[in-house]
Write a protein that binds this ligand. Structure first.
Ligand code: HXC
Length: 265
């Protein structure tokens, strides 16, 4: 499936189960206009539809990337700010939809990843970046703060001092520092980036899809809730997974000393 929305290219590879969303405003460094935010949501819905009528889980992972040579995303479109950019009057922003999306979403970052662009990456499950990428919250230079939880999430990943440094100074940091701080998961040479991302994603898509989805929900609960609530939730997810065909397949494959074939059932 290949579909071109106004500002997002959507593709789905049936063989691998990987969907790709490309933010496609390269002339504006993929800045998040209202249209782009809406198209990310629409693109995710199109990808989710691949599961309809499938035997098990068809869509195993989504890669989110930016078009052009310079940026993943340079943040909210400075020409078109409104309280809506942070979800002011909308029920669910693209950040929420990515966070709650059932399958993992991987941010493939090559270039600027700033402001709302960094918050978009933080909403993803993994952040993979080229060594030349740069990260930051320049909002303070506009007299605002990262309105989509940037300080909250960086505080959880890297601690309050790093979050405050990024948001109060507004400077860009390197991919290497972002990885040292735990904001980025992996940094790769530019030459090897596509192959490395493909390998990372294929490692994920081979895993039992329902277990992967449950782990995403568990991790989300860990960020949002207290420990006791999280432990109760994990036990419930665990019992649900015990009843899946994938669990039976995983156990059988172990006993038979072969690779499992998971279908998401
Ligand atoms: C709209 C943008 C943009 C943005 C870049 N462009 N960032 N347009 N919104 N956020 C446009 C430029 O106007 C320019 O258009 C083109 O992209 C290329 O950018 P240049 O500045 O010429 O490129 P360069 O000199 O390489 O500088 C790159 C840059 C700089 C360092 C990334 O563009 C920059 O500082 N951009 C602003 C980044 C920023 O402040 N982001 C945070 C936004 S606030 P033309 O037409 O001139 O070629 C935010 C709040 C989130 O994100 C809140 C969430 C709720």
């Amino acid at each position: 499936m290949d579909e071109s929305l106004d500002t997002v290219l959507v593709s789905y590879d049936e063989e691998t189960g990987v969907g790709t969303l490309t933010m496609n405003r390269p002339d504006a460094l993929n800045a998040l206009s209202a249209q782009l935010r809406a198209d990310i949501v629409a693109g995710l819905r199109l990808l989710e539809e691949q599961n309809e009528g499938a035997d098990g889980v068809a869509l195993r992972a989504v890669v989110l990337e930016g078009a052009g040579e310079k940026a993943f995303c340079a943040g909210a479109d400075i020409g078109g700010f409104s309280s809506d950019s942070a979800g002011g009057s909308s029920d669910r922003t693209h950040y929420d939809v990515i966070r709650d999306f059932p399958t993992p979403v991987i941010a493939k970052i090559d270039g600027y990843c700033l402001g709302g662009g960094l918050e978009t990456a933080l909403a993803c499950d993994f952040r993979l970046a080229t060594e030349d990428s740069t990260f930051g919250f320049p909002e303070v230079n506009l007299g605002i703060l990262p309105g989509a939880g940037g300080v909250q999430y960086v505080t959880k990943l890297a601690g309050p001092a790093v979050a405050k440094e990024l948001a109060m100074f507004g400077d860009h940091i390197s991919a290497e520092r972002a990885a040292d701080e735990g904001i980025v998961d992996r940094v790769f040479d530019s030459d090897e980036f596509d192959d490395e991302v493909e390998e990372f994603v294929s490692g994920l898509t081979g895993q039992a899809p329902l277990a992967v989805q449950a782990i995403k929900k568990s991790a989300q609960m860990a960020v949002q809730s207290g420990l006791n609530e999280g432990l109760r939730y994990d036990r419930q997810l665990f019992v649900e997974l015990l009843n899946t065909e994938d669990h039976a397949e995983g156990a059988a494959a172990f006993a038979e000393d072969r690779d499992p074939e998971f279908e998401g059932k």
